[in-house]
Design a protein around this ligand. Sequence first.
Ligand SMILES: [Zn+2]
Length: 306
Amino acid sequence: MQITRRTLLSGAAAGLAASALRPRAAWAANSFTIGGMEVTTLSDGYLTQPADFMFAPMPQDALGEFLASRGIDRTAPLTPPCNLTLVRHDSRLVLFDAGSGTGFMDSVGELPDALAALGVDPSEITHVVFTHCHADHLWGVLDDFDEPVFSNAEHLMGRVEFDYWADPATVETISQDRVPMAAGAKRRLDLIGDQFTLFDDAAEILPGITARATYGHSPGHMSFALSDAGDTAMVVGDAVLNDHVAFAHPDWQTGADADLEAAAAMRASLLDQLATDRIPMIGFHLPDGGVGHVDRFEGAYRFVPA
Ligand SMILES: [Zn+2]
């Protein structure tokens, strides 16, 4: 029998060495329907990041006032949740992003437990659709033995994003602090490249699922419109990174973005559209499972969880 991370987890669930496991973050599920699509968000855990990773490029005086008004400590580490989206539609079981897997941070990698809690085996996933190649979205495609976790799934990714991270020049040219992430992305794309189907902006990649280029957070970041029977929701990935400054000050440049200017412009236009058209959104790092609406508020926006 081939031992995979999953079989090890199953062993742990059966009581073998359970006491040796680290405490696992609680997982959350949030479910709704878009026509005939059953949409569920799953928690992969949460990231732990220095505050400056997000806040450094922002206007510091205004930021300080804003954060104080929200009771947010400017210096405390940020702990954004990680929400993956699972869509069951006809015979398809589509997962948006793959989570962090093991080896990135201790506070992530909960996806296998979240799927198990829903009674879903990773081998049942028919399609894995990627917003982008950052570690918390991509690294979960391989198990500890470098085997594909979603062994029967077609993997779909925007062509611009794939080409950027698969390019050997990226590791050489990206900022020093992002070299491990770039190397980790390239290694995974190389190992499972044959399973990838690439697509372009505006492609209907699966029935009712349409790609929308939201470049900026990463060079080829994609969002996805889910549409069926006249209903629509938008999976926005990391185009909107948090429920505070991203909504109240979408124009403020954010340190987590690759192209700060392009990402800010994209965020502003996306929020405008979601608010105007009353389209529900799913944000990968938004609270309460990431599902909610965008409301216009005090000259900008606010996130209203579902
Ligand atoms: Zn992310």
